[in-house]
Design a protein. Structure first.
Length: 187
């Protein structure tokens, strides 16, 4: 895999299934997310519109890189009143690189990521999983791959998740705001 992302500038975060990503741990409150996100930069908190009555109120914490203002969000963290932090999204262009057992997941051309995911699955004798939108990735219910248009290339924008109140799966838990990124559909 000869993928280069400018990781030195973006940083690398580790993913621990069902625990969290980088300094963010599932179950954290909004205040805890804001405090932990200081490693990257400034935060902006806002309440998400309630699209489904089944879910408790939810907040989106945008984490912007320090030093350059204004900067696009590098990480979006979603916090539910009922379960705390349940979703962490690393922006394809500005977010930290997160790997899954050595497989880089952030900012990848989706067709290249699919080829690498297939090779990884074959080499490790494990399964890979396709999202309902057709994106390939690790067979881990806590990783939901999304697409983000960067220029004219659809790049990978992974969501790291646990189920939230009233949902059966991570896919069901996905914040409605993540169906669109930068005002464009990710499908």
């Amino acid at each position: 895999m000869a993928f280069k992302t400018g990781v030195a500038e973006r940083g690398e975060w580790s993913y621990s299934p069902a625990l969290g990503v980088g300094p963010l741990r599932f179950g954290m409150t909004v205040d805890e997310v804001v405090a932990a996100a200081e490693v990257l930069g400034q935060t902006k908190v806002r309440e998400c519109a309630r699209q489904h009555a089944i879910f408790s109120p939810t907040w989106k914490v945008e984490v912007h890189r320090g030093g350059v203002a204004p900067s696009p969000p590098a990480v979006m963290a979603y916090v539910s009143q009922a379960v705390g932090l349940f979703c962490i999204a690393s922006d394809a262009m500005h977010g930290p690189q997160v790997t899954y057992d050595g497989l880089p997941l952030v900012g990848r051309d989706l067709s290249e990521l699919e080829n690498d995911a297939i090779a990884y699955a074959e080499a490790m004798d494990v399964h890979l999983r396709y999202t309902p939108e057709g994106y390939a990735g690790p067979d881990d219910p806590g990783v939901v791959l999304r697409g983000q248009l960067v220029g004219q290339v659809l790049r990978s924008r992974p969501l790291f998740m646990v189920t939230r109140d009233g949902a059966n799966t991570e896919w069901d838990s996905m914040p409605s705001e993540e169906y669109k990124v930068d005002g464009q559909s990710t499908a």
